[in-house]
Each structure stands twice: as C-alpha cells, then as structure tokens.
Design a protein around this ligand. Sequence first.
Ligand SMILES: NC(=O)c1ccc[n+]([C@@H]2O[C@H](COP(=O)([O-])OP(=O)(O)OC[C@H]3O[C@@H](n4cnc5c(N)ncnc54)[C@H](O)[C@@H]3O)[C@@H](O)[C@H]2O)c1
Ligand SMILES: O=C(O)CC[C@@H](O)C(=O)O
Length: 396
Amino acid sequence: MYRIQTLNNISPLGLDRFPRNLYEVASELSRPDAVMVRSADMHGLDLDDTIKAIGRAGAGVNNIPVDRMSERGVPVFNAPGANANAVKELVLAGLFLAARNIVQAWDYVQKLDDSEPGLKKKVEAGKKQFKGVELPGRTIGVVGLGAIGVKVANTARDLGMNVLGYDPGITVSNAWRLHAGVEQALSVDELLSRSDFVSIHVPLVEATENLIDAKRLRLMRQQAVLLNFSRAEIVDEAAVLEALDADKLSSYVCDFPTMASKNHPKVVSLPHLGASTDEAEDNCAVMVADQIRDYLEVGNVRNSVNFPETIMPPTDGAHRICIVNANVPNMVGQISSTLARHELNIADLINKSRNQIAYTLVDVDTEADEAVLEEIRGIEGVLSVRYLNAVSERSS
Ligand SMILES: NC(=O)c1ccc[n+]([C@@H]2O[C@H](COP(=O)([O-])OP(=O)(O)OC[C@H]3O[C@@H](n4cnc5c(N)ncnc54)[C@H](O)[C@@H]3O)[C@@H](O)[C@H]2O)c1
Ligand SMILES: O=C(O)CC[C@@H](O)C(=O)O
C-alpha cells in the first residue's frame, strides 16, 4: 500500500485517482510515501524520510523546500497551466474593477442610506468621482509570459489593448501560443515606463523578490494600475502604498491582502482567489495525482520542478530500479558494472539530468535482491534508490 498525505483540501476528483486497493489517502497519516499540497507552508515542517514525492496541486512551489527535497533525491511535481484560465479570468476581473473604479463605487453606494429621492440625487452627484477609462487603445504590460501571462496577454489583445510582454525565459511553446500582436519589451523598466496597466505573472524566486520596488515604481506612468496575482513578495508593498498616496499609481489590485494594505481606498485585495474555481481545483489535483502515481508505480517523471522529465515504458516482465544521483561523470558506468557483477542483464535504461540531479531508470530481466540495491545505494553520489518488482504500465 502507498500512503498519500494531504496538507490542504484537495479536490476529490484528484484523490479518486488513487485506487484504494493500492493507496491510503488521508490528512493525518504517518510515514507517507507522497504528500499532496496546495498553499500550506512546508518550509518549517519536519518532513518524514519516507517521502518519495511531493505534488503541488497548483503552479507556485515557493511554499515547498525544493532544494532540501533535491538533496534527498525527492522530486517535486506541480501542475503547469492547470489553473491558468482561472487566474486569467480573475486578472481580467481585476482589470475591469480598476479601470471603472467598481469597488470604490460599490462601496459608495453601500454607504448611501438616504430616502429614495435623496438617494437618486446622491447617485448622480457622486458618480463623477468614479469616472473610469476604457481598455481599447490603452497599453498593458505583462511581466512573465508563462501559462498565465500568455493567456492574459492574448485576451488583452482581443479586448483591443496594446500589449507589451517581457519574459527572457519564455518557452518555445508559449511563444507559439502568444498573439502575434504582442510586442516584446526588452526590459522590465521599458515595460513599466510604457504601460497604463501592468500585470505580474512570474514565480517567486530570489531573483523576483521585490521585482517591483520603489525605483521601478517611479518609472511607471502617472495613474497607472498595478495588478499582482503572482505572490505578495514580488512587489514592495510599502513602496506601492506610497505611490498610491502620491497619486502616482491609481490602483493596486492583488490577491494577497495584508493588514497594511487591505483597507487602503486604492487597493483591491482578494483572498488568494486566483485558482479557486471548481475547474482549476479539479484540473490541478487530477494532474498532480496522476504524476505522483506514475512516479511511485512506474518511476516516470512528468512535470517536476527539480527533476528531469524521464519517461520509459516498462519492459514486459522486467523489474525496475529507479536511481537518483548527483549529476557527475561515471554514475551510469558504476551502476551498470554493479548490475553486471550481480549477473543482472539490462533490458532497457534511460538516464536524464537537470542541474545537479541525474535520474536513471534501469529495467533488468531478473529480480534484483537487496544486496545489489544496497551496493548501488553505496555508490558515492547516489541519493536514493527504489525497486519496482515486475513493473507494468500504470492502470488508469
Ligand atoms: N493567485 C493565484 O491563485 C495563483 C494561481 C496560479 C499561479 N500563481 C502564481 O503565478 C505564477 C506564474 O504562474 P504560471 O502558471 O504562469 O507559471 P509559468 O511557470 O507557466 O510561467 C512563469 C513565467 O515567468 C517567467 N519569468 C521568470 N522570471 C522572470 C522574470 N524575472 N522576468 C520575466 N519573466 C520571468 C518564466 O520564464 C515563465 O515563462 C506562479 O509561480 C504563482 O506564483 C498564483
Ligand atoms: O491552491 C491555491 O488555491 C492557490 C494556488 C496558486 O497560488 C498557485 O500557485 O497555483
């Protein structure tokens, strides 16, 4: 039996991907083989050494100690693109909220408590405070053209906006998906100085912390709108509040409320709602559950943030050894000579690497005993070894 621990509410559709004759799934469970998580902060947790995989039912992995897991030879999976449409739709809602001052106007109406004739007068008198702008012809800058950024950029084009995009690491497939009318900005600074609206869609990593700081805010157009549905730490919030107070920015729309910003009249903050739709929660949970199963049962790696993509169809009747090791020379040589010494014939083998990690799947014709596995574990640089007896294609 494999044991899956859930650290957040995960869509039942995803959890149902684990057949209960093979899997135990629970939030309170000791010695898990894998963990499924959404936004729970795992950095401070004492993570059991039985954990073989971590699955993030979402995109961002800043809540997971990925480096620590890499050192242990544990892959971290996420669900690229699975919640992108949900986030895009909320970003668009944010764009409209800001362009038409809808939240402030709504609040104004809520506070009107006069009798009917007085109310009408106040409605007409008050509305001039909330005059907005239309989107066609305005410029939006999209920082980060990944799964979400591309969708935001393309829809903004469809709305008649001029779109500037900045992403030095854009993938070929995302470049293909991008509307031909999206103009490439050569730097964040250029994008900020030319945009009426700026939407941030980058992961939180060291290089993106405080990406939008006081200096960059000064580059922005007068009365620009900043939207942040990525992570709070990507924006220097104190500097944003100053820019709002100085009338430099007209609005900050974000998915990350803080005590300092949540009641500011020019801040619209939502409770980390970007991925909270039935569809996104189902998509993320199903994708990640399937990836965890494929890793635990077959050894394959799909959509990991720290491991190389590694897929090898099981050889009929073979036994599979899954080895995670440091990405240094002569590891495959040492592994195969160990197998040869134990008279194990290799039926198939794949070796992939990514940064410091290399991953090897070896199918052998006859059963491997504990002695050979121990010997492989003893090779310097080997981080983990798993043995899948009579491996077969995962049943769906
Ligand atoms: N609010 C929410 O509920 C919610 C939901 C999903 C994702 N997110 C956040 O959005 C982020 C992006 O999600 P995604 O699915 O689009 O991820 P993604 O990996 O598909 O795209 C991220 C893109 O950012 C680019 N990038 C990285 N550093 C950059 C930089 N310094 N400048 C410009 N571009 C840079 C990458 O090259 C990549 O193309 C996630 O990491 C997560 O933090 C939030
Ligand atoms: O799980 C969530 O609700 C949020 C997910 C989101 O922040 C992500 O990075 O995918």
